[in-house]
Design a protein around this ligand. Structure first.
Ligand code: SF4
Length: 704
């Protein structure tokens, strides 16, 4: 390193991108980060990091950071103002809405990217301090399905696994999960498996993961639920069941069995539905039914679907039928997306949840009131609307004030054209983010400049329930402040007084959360503070006060006891539904969207600031088209096409490839225009958008 960059200290912090939760060693000089490397001692990443992790400091140093509050003036432009003016204006406008309409006309939308302490602060401030009822996180777009599936099946949102399970399975089934690029370090964990495992990928696309697997089953788009039911029926027909486990630890198996035997799930019918040959389906069932240690993993291919919850539960059902849960190398395991989506799931207080407490129960409200020193009367008894309902409320003019924190709704939400109507329905939009140039911040009336990852302290919770420390390793630029500090200021300007004056540091709030969680399935009352997390390489929840020794890798349900009052897991199922917008003569292709690379993250808000990451990925949108479709339409590789759905259109360069099946096309989600095409269609249980299947048309761009 050049002399000025030689570090004089090193510290560790969990990466701020994906939910793998790698630890990075940050090299400091005079307290400022100058470089970083992967942490070799952390039990998650074992010395590895992906390109985003290696480039984690670049977004902090971007020249276009938001450095002062910006308020839209009478000329329609955003202008720098002081924090005092910004907060006075926010409070005045939001109070005006509250007085004219009601506090129900205010809402917030947040993220899975800020620490637990900030999420909890935002939820408590908005609900208990400012009187809001409605608020949700962008985790609705990625993890709501998994959370709902677990909650209904196990009695709590509880991914049961530990990452060591990747290394201890004999059979790993990955469904709708492109682990190689979405969670590359977790793929490396599979590569460390010395048991020579069978790795089976169920995905319509021949993804990087499908190519690297031992078997790829290219099922038809959205035939996964029928296929999984067919596999369940084969398990029954062939006696590949753990009947002891089913009888002792589950409810509803006989109903599920009757449903499978009465429905169209015979081998020939599932072959017709999925397009997979009968031998492959039977072989999949045999691998699951006769494997010693079988683990079933899923991500967005399942979650982002109009029937995602039941599909996730179909995977849970397979694990319950075969007793593959609570033991090394097993589990129905959802892999989370964002770095702190799990923290949001437990502590965000968005729709109704604070450490497992529900506000529709009086005893829970009383407990929260006593623990946080908040009058019980200020705890709303109603659940919040989910993300889609909040935006619909704004479209109808029922939500008038919206506070968006660290998320880029105008890029990432489906059926983007509707966002214009949302904006028109709002009287005042506040966006709190690191940059003022996101698609969402550009729509704001007020931008609050926020510190990013690396500029603040707190904790994240990763996919395997591991709570890890993040640290301030750099000063935020200009007048940008940590979200925690912004929430403190809003509480002050709103006049919340007690009890928010006690929320004086992230660690104080973390201790409150440990108290709030006591006695809940996510009980972390055994964690005394940040020092304990740091010295143990992170700690997986739960850790109760009474637990003395604990292992660094812990699974749930080793005793077969689930979180429903009777201690039993549930078999849950419904008949598969028709695709909401199937291809037809006008729109003949199924559009699949998803992650395109390990070097970009979601809406590229941060990753686009790294010249290194930008070089690793095409700047302009591309679309993957199967050669047979390209031939039929006369498309050449590299030429631009218009991709059009019933809602909007975009242009993209043609990439001719056999990785997509004929009749389907794929566009990465990192390009903003892709959500002009996607559909307002949601899983009915989780309200998660179905990003994976809508109908589109391709046409050549003709030169004049
Ligand atoms: Fe690890 Fe995910 Fe960060 Fe990459 S983005 S370094 S895989 S936590």
């Amino acid at each position: 390193l050049p002399h000025g960059l030689q570090p004089d200290a090193v510290t560790e912090s969990i990466c701020g991108y994906c939910a793998t939760g790698c630890s990075l060693r940050v090299h400091l000089r005079a307290g400022e980060a100058v470089n970083l490397s992967a942490d070799t001692n952390y039990p998650v990443n074992l010395g590895m990091a992906c390109p985003k992790g290696w480039e984690a400091l670049a977004p902090l140093r971007a020249a276009d950071r938001a450095t002062t509050p910006l308020l839209r003036g009478p000329d329609g432009e955003l202008h720098s103002v002081s924090w005092d003016e910004a907060l006075r204006t926010m409070v005045e406008r939001f109070r005006g809405i509250t007085e004219r309409d009601s506090a129900e006309a205010l809402a917030w939308l947040s993220t899975g990217q800020i620490p637990c302490e900030e999420m909890a602060f935002l939820g408590a401030l908005a609900k208990f301090g400012m009187g809001m009822v409605h608020g949700d996180g962008n985790t609705r777009q990625c993890m709501a399905t998994a959370a709902t599936a677990y909650k209904q099946a196990f009695g709590f949102d509880a991914p049961p696994y530990t990452y060591a399970d990747f290394e201890e399975s004999d059979v790993l089934v990955l469904v709708g999960s492109n682990l190689c690029i979405a969670h590359p370090i977790l793929w490396q964990r599979i590569m460390r498996n010395r048991r020579q495992p069978e790795i089976i990928v169920l995905d319509p696309r021949c993804t990087e993961t499908a190519m690297a697997a031992t078997r790829h089953l290219p099922l038809r788009p959205k035939s996964d639920l029928a296929l999984l039911y067919g596999v369940a029926r084969l398990l029954i027909e062939n006696g590949w069941l753990d009947t002891g486990f089913i009888e002792k630890h589950t409810n509803g198996f006989e109903d599920f069995k009757a449903f499978l035997l009465a429905g169209p799930y015979a081998l020939s019918e599932v072959n017709a539905a999925s397009g997979l040959d009968e031998a492959s389906i039977l072989s999949l069932a045999r691998s699951i039914g006769s494997g010693k240690r079988v683990s079933l993993w899923w991500t967005m291919g399942v979650n982002q679907s109009y029937e995602g919850t039941r599909t996730a539960q179909a995977l849970i059902n397979l694990a319950l039928m075969t007793g593959n849960i609570g033991k090394p190398g097993t589990g129905p395991n959802s892999i989370t997306g964002q770095c702190n989506a799990m923290g949001s799931r437990l502590f965000s207080n968005s729709t109704n949840l604070l450490g497992g407490h529900r506000f529709d129960r009086e005893e829970d409200r009383a407990k929260i009131s006593a623990l946080l020193g908040i009058p019980e009367s200020s705890i709303p008894t109603r659940d919040s609307w989910a993300y889609d309902r909040i935006l619909e409320g704004a479209e109808r003019g029922e939500i008038k004030g919206l506070w968006i924190v660290a998320t880029n709704t105008a890029h990432s939400w489906c059926d983007q054209q509707r966002l214009r109507r949302v904006r028109e329905g709002l009287d005042f939009l506040v966006v709190q983010d690191m940059y003022a140039d996101t698609e969402t911040a550009r729509l704001a009336d007020l931008v609050l400049p926020a510190a990013g990852w690396g500029e603040k302290d707190g904790t994240f919770i990763n996919s395997e329930r591991r709570i890890g420390r993040i640290r301030k390793v750099s000063r935020a630029p200009g007048q940008a402040l940590a979200d925690f500090h912004i929430f403190q200021l809003v509480a002050h300007y709103w006049g919340c007084g007690e009890p928010f004056s006690n929320w004086d540091s992230p660690e104080t709030v973390f201790r409150m959360l440990t108290a709030v969680s006591r006695g809940q399935p996510c009980d972390i009352s055994g964690i005394s503070g940040y020092a304990m997390i740091e010295s143990n390489g992170g700690i997986q929840w739960p850790l109760r006060e009474s637990e003395t020794g604990f292992s660094t890798e812990r699974r749930l349900f080793a005793d077969g006891k689930f979180f429903h009052p009777d201690g039993r897991a549930r078999f849950l199922f419904d008949a598969p539904q028709a695709m909401p917008e199937p291809p037809d003569g006008d729109y003949p292709f199924i559009l699949l969207t998803g992650r395109g690379t390990s070097s970009q993250w979601h809406t590229q808000t941060r990753t686009s600031k790294s010249p290194v990451l930008r070089k690793l990925y095409p700047e302009n949108p591309y679309i993957e088209v199967h050669p047979s479709d390209a031939d039929r339409l006369g498309l050449r590789a590299g030429e631009s096409v218009i991709v059009e759905s019933r809602r909007g259109q975009m242009s993209a360069a043609v990439h001719v490839t056999t990785t997509v099946p004929g009749g389907s096309v794929f566009v990465p989600m990192h390009y903003p225009a892709v959500n002009r095409l996607t559909l307002s269609s949601f899983d009915p249980h989780s309200r998660q958008p179905s990003y994976k299947a809508c109908a589109v048309h391709l046409s050549r761009i003709r030169n004049a």
